[in-house]
Design a binder for this molecule. Structure first.
Ligand code: GLN
Length: 305
């Protein structure tokens, strides 16, 4: 496995120069565009890696499946689905999914910004600090990292350049889809996006989802298998935003990308994969990262189709 990962990494490194690091959050523009790393945790517990997999970065949208999971754990699928739909939008992650008619909650899903912002309001807790703390604890368990924390510089950068997300949140509020104080909800969302991980952490999250809710080392169950099915299904159809259909054809596994360059991928019953490659394609997905996953999927017959 290590040899295969090394070979694919070298094959894919040239693709990093074809992408662009995100700069709409100024702090993210400081990332090294040439970085590329991959980490795999197999169902038998074996860890394999190659490249820049020790570099840390922020989860960004990779936190969306965790927000969804926390909302599902706290409310159950029926309540969550009554608040945010499950159909792909076919639009960019920060699109305003409203036309000239009322914004319909069925037209958004938890993998786009509007849906993820609503997920923050479904986390249980006395106040937003408490809610975020619970989310951070769940993220730490999923990532196998008890020391997990927030990158304060990225958080401040997101918060001070968050006009688009503010617009999305106020729109939700104006349509009655968000009741709480918008700034408090957004603060939770910005913090969630700014949680720091590395490729190993992403692979660990993927491994728990592939193991249907059980931790890879101890086999301890941390959420019901039915919720893993819910999350993995939405990752498959919506996880790569408006690139999800093409990704399903090219790679064929549930995955979630983030604008810091991370991709967390789930191969049900077989492995979790963490990728880091901050140079993005025009849809906001790691360009070299998708190339790498495509090759890995072909070599190991990972596609579920
Ligand atoms: N924090 C980013 C945003 O809200 C997350 C987007 C992403 O990773 N696609 O814009």
């Amino acid at each position: 496995m290590e040899e295969l990962l090394e070979r694919l990494l070298e094959e894919c490194r040239p693709f990093t120069s074809m992408g662009k690091v995100a700069d709409y959050i100024p702090e993210l523009a400081k990332s090294d565009p040439d970085a590329l790393g991959v980490y795999v945790i197999g169902s038998e517990g074996k860890h394999s890696w190659a490249g820049d997999c020790r570099k840390s970065f922020t989860l960004q949208s990779v936190v969306k499946p965790i927000l969804l999971l926390q909302a599902l754990l706290d409310n159950g699928p029926e309540v969550v689905q009554s608040q945010v739909g499950v159909e792909a939008t076919g639009k960019p992650f920060d699109a305003i999914n409203a036309g000239d008619r009322t914004l319909d909650s069925r037209h958004i899903n938890p993998m786009v910004n509007m849906g993820a912002i609503v997920m923050c309001t479904l986390i249980r807790g006395g106040n937003y600090a408490e809610r975020f703390q619970r989310l951070l604890e769940l993220t730490g368990r999923l990532a196998g990292d008890p020391e997990i924390g927030v990158d304060e510089a990225v958080y401040r950068s997101e918060k001070s350049h968050g006009s688009k997300n503010r617009a999305l949140a106020y729109l939700l509020k104006s349509y009655g889809l968000l009741e709480d104080d918008v700034e408090a909800v957004l603060d939770c969302y910005f913090r969630a996006c700014s949680i720091r991980v590395d490729c190993r952490g992403l692979a660990h999250i993927g491994a728990v989802l592939s193991n249907r809710g059980r931790l890879p080392d101890s086999n301890e169950r941390i959420f019901p298998a039915s919720l893993a099915r819910y999350v993995n299904a939405i990752l498959m159809t919506c996880g790569m935003y408006n690139g999800s259909g093409e990704f399903a054809i090219r790679v064929g596994i549930p995955a979630k990308s983030g604008v810091a360059g991370g991709i967390m991928a789930v191969v049900p019953t077989r492995m979790g994969i963490g990728i880091y490659g901050p140079a993005l394609d025009h849809k906001g997905n790691s360009l070299a990262g998708i190339q790498l996953l495509e090759r890995l999927s072909r070599e190991l017959y990972l596609s579920i189709f």
